[in-house]
Design a protein. Structure first.
Length: 491
């Protein structure tokens, strides 16, 4: 375990999204020469943040993973924690809040939620630091098979478990090392031939595991363990955390809250420790339970990828959404992903002795998130989605379908759709004339200051939802954040 304290520097400009609660903190501490009072005995607002990484050990339950060779094996999950720190001690009586942030299909938790890249308006793009500076303790795990969590020597650590060439049309396999099939194009065939020669393979080889690595419930188990641990460490005032799922992490979160889960049935214990939920850029409409697709599941556990491409928009939208791509953010994301994959960083590349680096992710079957599951949720729910999201699994229509599927009796549910925001919403900004609205104040900003972009709106929305269960003061409703960052009720 390691920890890194970070103190807020004096005179440093605070990001606009920290406006929430800032005036209260300044009033309590005093400001300016006229308020020259004795040093406070405690702090009502954080003076910095502290970062740490630790691991949660467990034993793989029998029958949970698709390949039984992993049954009963020891494993561990990496958890990246960013928490508020108080130079003079935290004042008693302040509420303690915590959140568990669940990553998506390709980017591990510490890179997805603690992106160490400067935000153009000041501060960093990091979601976790923003929440910690607002007094929220955050926990971002890398689920099994991701980041520095267990991947297994005969699982994702074996380059021979990347995909082989496909079967012939008649179902035969003409290759001595074997053939593969896949159930989803995001798990492509013949990555051994296209990506792994000469690093680290010189020829295609047979698999040591010939099944998909995980199913959704594998990660539901992980999430439950992280929730229990976060409650024990953070000790939130009400004994509960806010659960945030981004992209395919939203599928895992939805399944984790499914009361009728037949694989891991003790959902009531999880529900008792979750006070609110957030679904960000969520896929939706998957089957309720695992079903075998025509032709079967993928016959290999490992999928490889390179530096993620920046989410593209049609040319007419790129012209409108000026400054959406923050220079250097995608490079920083890839750097952090490679730091979390020291083995994969030595793979790939066509030049001998000069690997390009690859990211390693599991193949899996996805299920458990649809209208039937959403319709039985009970925690207050915030749905956030970019209206310019072009990810095939996460079109903007998913957000409306998800919101409409939530129980009509739910007293707190909010839909927020953001213009000029793609699937990369947490790392997107704004520049130019569009960022200064003709009227209104950008959500999460300050009067007279331009909109910092979708990343700032997301942080402000999370802070308000975790702290108060509202968006713009409203516990219910549909809202659209326009190209200038102003939030209005949807018509």
């Amino acid at each position: 375990m390691h920890s890194t304290p970070h103190r807020a520097g004096r005179g440093r400009r605070r990001p606009a999204w920290l406006a929430l609660g800032l005036s209260v903190a300044l009033g309590a501490l005093g400001a300016g020469p006229a308020a020259a009072a004795p040093a406070p005995r405690c702090d009502r607002a954080p003076t910095g943040v502290q970062t740490s990484d630790y691991w949660l050990d467990f034993t793989v339950p029998a029958g949970l993973m698709p390949d039984p060779r992993f049954d009963g094996r020891p494993a561990r999950i990496q958890v990246h924690r960013v928490q508020p720190s108080y130079a003079n001690g935290r004042c008693r009586g302040l509420p303690t809040r915590a959140a568990v942030l669940v990553h998506g299909r390709t980017v591990p938790g510490p890179a997805a939620f603690d992106l160490r890249h400067p935000a153009p308006e000041g501060g960093e793009l990091s979601v976790q630091k923003a929440l910690a500076q607002a007094g929220i303790d955050t926990f971002a795990p890398s689920l099994l098979g991701y980041g520095l969590s267990t991947r297994f020597a005969d699982g994702l650590d074996d380059p021979g478990n990347a995909s082989l060439r496909g079967y012939d049309a008649d179902g035969s396999c003409p290759y001595p090392e074997g053939c593969d099939r896949t159930h989803d194009p995001v798990f492509p065939l013949d990555q051994q031939g296209s990506l792994l020669m000469p690093h680290p393979l010189q020829e295609r080889v047979a698999h040591s595991s010939d099944r998909r690595f995980a199913r959704t419930d594998v990660w539901v188990r992980d999430i439950r363990q992280v929730i229990d641990d976060a409650v024990a460490r953070a000790r939130p005032t009400n004994g509960k955390v806010t659960l945030v799922g981004a992209s395919f992490g939203a599928v895992q979160v939805g399944r984790a809250l499914y009361a009728a889960n037949p694989v891991l049935p003790d959902s009531s214990r999880t529900l008792s420790k979750v006070n609110r939920v957030v679904f960000l850029s969520s896929p939706f409409g998957l089957p309720t339970e695992e079903t075998t697709p025509p032709g079967g599941f993928a016959t290999f556990p490992l999928t490889l990828g390179g530096r993620p491409a920046e989410a593209p928009l049609p040319s007419e939208r790129e012209a409108v959404c000026t400054g959406r791509r923050i220079p250097g953010a995608a490079d920083r994301l890839w750097t952090q992903m490679q730091e979390l994959d020291p083995l994969g960083s030595t793979w790939g590349g066509a030049e001998p002795g000069n690997p390009s680096g690859l990211s390693r992710t599991p193949t899996f079957s996805a299920y458990g998130w649809n209208a039937a599951v959403a319709g039985q949720l009970s925690p207050p729910t915030l749905v956030v989605h970019g209206l310019d999201d072009r990810e095939p699994s996460s079109p903007p229509s998913n957000a409306t379908a998800l919101y409409d599927a939530l129980p009509a009796s739910m007293t707190r549910k909010v839909l927020v759709q953001v213009q000029c925001a793609s699937h990369s919403l947490p790392q997107e900004g704004c520049t130019g004339a569009r960022c200064t609205p003709a009227s209104g104040i950008p959500y999460g900003g300050r009067p007279g200051e331009p909109w910092a972009g979708p990343h700032a709106t997301l942080k402000a929305a999370l802070i308000e939802w975790i702290g108060h269960g509202t968006f713009g003061g409203a516990p219910n409703g549909r809202f659209v954040v326009d190209e200038s960052g102003v939030a209005n009720p949807a018509t």
